[in-house]
Write a protein that binds this ligand. Structure first.
Ligand code: SF4
Ligand code: SF4
Length: 447
């Protein structure tokens, strides 16, 4: 039976989800206002405004939940809009506050109070189904191949706070370009002893097919086969971050059905940190849904690709003599608490020199659509990341999230910082396929 054919009860009510809402607000209860989280918050560091700190936002969200603060209140919207959702405050908090679910709940209420946003809603509608995106991504890949976005972005220079969005968007598209240079063989793949399913995603499928290919090849070298899962859709992360909770839940339901139908017992491998964090939250998202148990079961099977590879060893690769700085995506490091697996993957590559990157666990300012919705703050936060990268002189910055790859890559391109951005599995894949020497030279460097 396919996901399309399966008869599944529809949710009793399509609107707010009471159990999920109660759990989200309860996640803020442990806060004792100690302020230990403040130094970890990039937006508080940027604005020095208590209302842009985790503690200030918790006060606002508690007022929304329990004290009658209106969802349409402008100060509530302003300060929650400025939140990156990076969850660095969660890992810094000694009391165990769960910030992320409350932020999504608050954003859903604010979005409902604001009403429709045609551009955002259209973009999310397009990203929700693979068949709606194909032409868009085809255009993107064709434009990217001409290198015109890179030329135009460089011509526009460093994006300013108000006029920078087109240049930043062009630079982000340019930064998604696959590595140049000739690849070697496909690497020796032993007979599989394990099998996984792979989330295809929306942006990942459209612009980062080369990362998916590297994921499949590196898993094959480590004796893991990938089973196809038809009917899967976008994970829903972008919708959830934008306060479109109903759409996020619809997408989560579709994925629960698709993965249960095609791969009911397999680990679900994700090579995008944001998507992995979203899928691990499916149990919470669908807590009030007839699919609640299946959603929680699927969430428990989600693994970042580096976790699967690290658990397998991974098999040692050929030499790759490059300097690599690892930048931890927030949704891997803080949201999923996956901290060592990417480093284990990189350590499997002989001659790869891992150089320390100051603030590697701090957000780069990408945060889903944040770079486009909050360009000033996003660029201010990105500047700190670029300065840290410039200080350690890597050939490559490795990071496992498409938003970070594009945002840091765009910043590096516009700042003329000669460094390539790569997913860790791309580097391992390159090393398995014959390695080579990476040269510096912008986002298109050989590695
Ligand atoms: S979220 Fe945690 S660290 Fe921050 S003020 Fe509350 S209790 Fe303290
Ligand atoms: S999620 Fe990130 S930006 Fe938002 S309050 Fe927490 S640390 Fe600050």
């Amino acid at each position: 039976m396919t996901a399309r054919q399966e008869a599944v009860p529809t949710p009793a009510r399509p609107g707010p989800a009471p159990a999920a809402t109660a759990r989200a607000w309860a996640g803020l209860d442990p806060c004792v206002h100690c302020g230990f989280c403040l130094p970890a918050c990039p937006t508080y560091e940027a604005t020095a405004d208590e209302a842009d700190s985790p503690r200030g936002r918790i006060v606002l969200m508690r007022a929304l939940a329990h004290a009658g603060l209106a969802a349409a209140d402008p100060s509530l919207g302003t300060h929650l809009d400025r939140c990156l959702g990076c969850q660095a405050c969660e890992t810094a908090c000694p009391s165990g506050v769960s910030f992320g679910p409350a932020l999504e709940e608050a954003r859903a209420r604010i979005a409902a109070a604001r009403g429709s946003a045609p551009a955002l809603d259209t973009a999310l509608w397009v990203l929700a189904r693979p068949e709606r995106q194909r032409f868009l991504w085809l255009l993107g890949r064709l434009a990217r191949a001409t290198r015109l976005p890179e030329v135009l972005a460089r011509g526009a220079g460093r994006p300013g706070a108000s006029a920078g969005r087109p240049a930043l968007a062009l630079a982000m598209l340019a930064a998604s370009r696959p590595a140049g240079g000739a690849a070697g063989g496909d690497g020796a793949a032993p007979a599989p002893t394990g099998e996984v399913a792979l989330l295809w995603g929306c942006v990942m499928a459209g612009l980062f097919g080369h990362v998916h290919a590297a994921t499949v090849r590196t898993l094959a070298v480590n004796a893991v086969a990938v089973r196809a899962v038809p009917g899967q859709v976008c994970c829903g992360a972008l919708a959830a971050h934008a306060g479109r909770a109903r759409l996020a839940r619809q997408l989560a339901r579709a994925n629960v059905l698709a993965f249960d139908a095609a791969a009911p017992d397999l680990p679900v491998v994700v090579d995008s940190a944001g998507c992995g964090a979203a899928m691990r939250a499916y149990g919470e998202w669908l807590a009030d849904d007839p699919l609640a148990e299946r959603a929680a079961a699927l969430a428990s099977r989600v693994r970042d690709v580096t976790e699967v590879l690290a658990a397998r060893g991974p098999r040692r690769a050929g030499p790759l003599p490059i300097r690599v700085a690892y930048d931890a995506p927030c949704h891997l490091h803080h949201a999923q608490r996956v901290t060592t697996a990417p480093l284990t993957v990189l350590a499997a590559i002989p001659d790869l020199e891992l150089v320390p990157l100051e603030g590697s666990d701090r957000c780069c300012g990408s945060a889903g659509l944040y770079a486009l919705s909050q360009p000033e703050l996003s660029l201010q936060i990105l500047d700190a990341k670029l300065a840290a990268i410039a200080a350690c002189h890597p050939d490559v910055v490795a990071t496992g999230n498409p938003g970070c790859l594009m945002h840091i890559g765009a910043g590096a391109l516009l700042a003329d910082l000669h460094v390539a951005l790569r997913h860790p599995v791309e580097l391992l894949d390159r090393a398995y396929r014959g390695g080579g020497t990476a040269r510096r030279g912008g986002s298109g460097a050989a590695a």
